[in-house]
Design a protein around this ligand. Structure first.
Ligand code: GLV
Ligand code: MN
Ligand code: MN
Ligand code: MN
Length: 419
């Protein structure tokens, strides 16, 4: 287990108590008391509360806070300038999400600033802590929206027209929250300010747990994407409509769910239909329409795209067999991301110098760091998750591993700041 940390500039008891303090601030925010899961969706009242919390915590540390044109929050230690060292993550969640996915990276970043300030580190370049907006895509369907908009990986007009389940567009949600939606789009000025980006995140798997290490360095993110399958049939009475007269969109959809699993196993990939909308969603009504979203990921990009092509062909036949119309649209695709090799080497060597063992591991989870990697040197640190469970209320990380993570982030940032 990584434990000897002679070179780390942190006071562990102080860090532990500050971690507990910040963590308890977030504890009840957006939490469903029945499931224990978090619903923290961008631009809602819960999110605005989290954004205020972030700004207040940053100000308490003497950081100056600004919001960029896409709604990402930046907290600056030193005057904002090009080539800064940037760290942070996101505060939004999936529906019924865990406590750590996102917030751990933001809390760790704030605590690393505390530790660097307490150690009297004098940065030779500015540092920013970032809170990326709508990382999970839980409200508007497109993950890493804040970083995609910033880099131009998604078109502003397309993004602004995305709607949530109530039909509210991103443009409307931003405007209601007091953010000027007309400025949304590629932000070269904000990108130029990122010299390097290091995101700390809870591991979403058991690689570190199996290796009995508390902290790791990411190597890559597997290719992944989302597709929208829309089956349109004919709504009718559940009792009076004969089986032969039905055009029930649920039937081809059900066949597609099974086929997705079969094809994934053949392609050494994973597929999930985790979100489904049924209209009109009545027990005694044949649905008129089923909207379902496929998440597909795999080790190899060609394997994922072939799998989805095969599934689409299968779905077309299944839909036709039931007299149902089908449309399939690709909502997003992120090719494999290899994090910056020299930055990752540098992380490993600064951690090694501080006697922090940090193995290297890939992940199949998406992150803003993966989007930014196309434009700036980017690396990630992972913190052990003892069960590997994530996107669930049962996501876990031990307090002492979180503190190890902050310590590791502090070591890495200090090295990058005083180079
Ligand atoms: C985001 O966390 C994702 O990997 O879907
Ligand atoms: Mn997530
Ligand atoms: Mn995350
Ligand atoms: Mn993510």
């Amino acid at each position: 287990m990584a434990s000897a940390r002679s070179g780390a500039p942190v006071d562990r008891p102080v860090l532990r108590s500050s971690f507990d303090g910040l963590w308890s601030d977030l504890d009840g925010v957006g939490r469903d008391p029945r499931s224990g899961g978090y619903d923290r969706f961008s631009w809602t009242g819960v999110d605005l509360g989290l954004r205020e919390w972030f700004a207040a915590e940053a100000s308490r540390r003497g950081l100056s806070v600004e919001t960029d044109r896409n709604g990402n929050q930046w907290a600056w230690w030193g005057e904002p300038a090009d080539g800064a060292v940037v760290t942070g993550s996101h505060l939004d969640s999936v529906p019924g999400g865990g406590a750590f996915d996102g917030p751990l990276g933001v809390v760790a970043a704030l605590l690393a600033v505390d530790a660097l300030q307490a150690a009297g580190v004098e940065p030779t370049r500015p540092l920013a802590v970032v809170n990326f907006v709508e990382e999970e895509g839980a409200r508007f369907g497109l993950a890493c929206l804040g970083s995609r908009l910033m880099t131009g990986a998604v078109d502003a007009s397309h993004a602004l027209a995305l709607t949530d389940d109530d039909g509210t567009s991103l443009a409307e949600a931003m405007t209601r929250a007091g953010h000027a939606a007309e400025h949304v789009g590629v932000d070269e000025a904000a990108l130029a300010r990122i010299g390097v980006f290091v995101e700390l995140h809870v591991e979403q798997g058991r690689h570190l747990a199996l290796g009995d290490e508390s902290v790791g360095v990411a190597s890559s993110i597997l290719p992944h994407g989302r597709w929208h399958f829309c089956f349109e049939g004919e709504g009718n009475h559940a009792g009076t409509t004969r089986l032969v007269d039905r055009h029930d969109p649920m039937l081809p959809f059900a066949e597609v769910v099974g086929a997705a699993r079969r094809l994934a196993a053949e392609a050494q990939a994973v597929t999930t239909f985790g979100r489904v909308r049924v209209d009109p969603n009545g027990t005694n009504a044949i649905p008129s329409r089923v909207d379902a979203w496929l998440d597909a990921r795999g080790a190899e990009q060609g394997g994922v795209t072939r799998l989805v092509d095969d599934l689409q062909r299968f779905a077309e036949e299944a839909a036709a067999g039931h007299g149902v119309r089908l449309t399939v649209t690709n909502d997003s695709f992120t090719p494999v991301v290899d994090f910056d090799a020299s930055l990752s080497d540098r992380l490993r060597s600064s951690l090694g110098a501080a006697s922090i063992a940090a193995p290297t591991l890939p992940t199949a989870a998406g992150h803003d760091a993966g989007i930014l990697a196309a434009r700036v040197p980017t690396a990630m640190l992972f913190v052990r998750n003892p069960t590997g469970v994530s996107h669930s209320p049962y996501e876990q990380a031990d307090e002492s591993d979180c503190v190890d993570g902050v310590e590791a982030l502090t070591v890495v940032l200090r090295d990058l700041l005083v180079q």
